[in-house]
Write a protein that binds this ligand. Structure first.
Ligand code: TXA
Ligand code: MG
Length: 353
């Protein structure tokens, strides 16, 4: 397949490009497009064949359900059943934006889209290109993150091309995704509201409308543990993984810097290529390897938005061992550490113990 890529300025959206993308979707084809979180790989959510194409393009297991993107709250009723009132309150508060809700599904949604589940994940993105694409297509668009299954999510069109060139019909290049981490996912399909994936919308924000919300157990784990089964099927797979071996060190900054310097030197001496995920506060203190800063600890949003970009840059440079600081604590700590731990296969050492 020949993949067409077209640039679109989100402040001056080119109608011709959007029309072409809509045509592709109407024919059952696949369009990768930017959202405020990460790029999505879109197809008609009500077309089982289009959903099957999405799984094939990503190499994704077909029991891992897709998120359905909408442009209007009215779409909730068409796609979901037994919607609790609080779902509307949450939609009004956080949509359009980086929040996905799991609800019981209506029968028009094919099993292929929901990975055979009787529930559906729904999100209204705030990115203007995403919004216009959904509106102009008149469809509901199923879109997982636009990366090859298991790799870090894509936050730039260049990354989408790396993973999916020749596998999708059309890529809308809208520049860098603003947030850079996938949406927060909450499950409202059973009595107990749960956060299945932490993201930019935090538990504190959600508690204002849903005081009883908690994290799914699988979200809080910091060690590989097969006895905890994730409620979001996608969270059980190895994920976000760079090609190099990633290890996270937590503890006092001095200890972390010393340990990383020592380990990096040992590996470089053995002939390996080493990368370090540092921060503005520590970058000058690292002595070896390819040192990349995620940004300042004063801006967690910056750190979140650079994580996947840096992991992909290490891959491009053929880095074999990556050492990272840890990012617990702040409001986005849960979301950042969730991605970083998965990328590391839960390899993390506490140096204060
Ligand atoms: O920010 C985002 O959410 C991005 C952009 C493109 O919108 N999309 C995204 O999709 O991250 P994806 O497919 O990479 O991740 C969707 C996650 C998976 O872990 C999947 O298992 C879970 O949502 N999920 C989808 N439907 C579900 C359902 N009915 N019940 C539980 N988990 C569900
Ligand atoms: Mg994904």
């Amino acid at each position: 397949m020949n993949t067409i890529t077209k640039k679109v300025d989100r402040n001056n959206i080119n109608d011709e490009t959007l029309r072409e993308a809509v045509e592709v979707l109407k024919k059952g084809g696949l369009v990768a497009f930017p959202t405020e979180t990460v790029y999505g790989l879109g197809g008609n959510a009500l077309d089982a064949t289009a959903a099957a194409r999405i799984y094939a393009a990503k190499g994704r297991p077909s029991d891992n359900p897709l998120i359905v993107h909408i442009a209007d709250i009215e779409a909730l009723k068409i796609l979901a059943a037994d919607i609790p009132d609080v779902a509307y309150d949450i939609a009004r508060e956080f949509w359009p934006g980086p929040l996905t809700m799991i609800l019981k599904k209506q029968s028009i949604v094919p099993d292929a889209t929901t990975g055979g589940l009787q529930t559906i994940a729904i999100r209204m993105p705030s990115d203007r290109i995403a919004g216009e694409l959904i509106r102009q297509s008149g469809m509901f668009i199923a879109a997982p993150s636009a990366n090859a299954s298991g790799r870090p999510s894509t936050t730039k069109a260049e990354h989408v091309i790396e993973d999916l060139d020749g596998k999708v019909d059309y890529i809308i290049d809208g520049g860098a995704a603003e947030i850079g981490l996938e949406s927060t996912i909450i499950d409202l399909s059973s009595d107990k509201p749960l956060i299945l994936r932490p993201g930019y919308i935090t538990i504190e924000q959600l508690k204002k409308l849903l005081p009883e919300i908690e994290y799914d157990k699988a979200v809080l784990r910091t060690k590989a543990d097969d006895t905890i089964v994730a409620k979001a099927p996608g969270m059980k797979y190895k994920h976000y993984a760079p090609k190099g071996d990633l290890t996270i060190y937590e503890g006092h900054a001095d200890k972390v810097v010393d340990k990383i310097n020592k380990t990096a030197k040992e590996h470089i001496d053995k002939g390996y290529k080493v990368g370090i995920l540092a921060t503005d506060e520590t970058k000058e203190r690292y002595l070896y390897g390819d040192i990349k800063t995620l940004g300042s600890r004063k801006s967690e949003a910056d750190i979140a938005s650079h994580l996947f970009i840096m992991l992909r840059e290490f891959d491009e440079d053929g880095i074999q061992y990556i050492y990272s600081e840890s990012f617990n604590g702040g409001e986005l700590g849960q979301a950042i550490m969730n991605r970083l731990l998965k990328a590391a296969g839960y390899r993390m050492e506490n140096l204060d113990d």
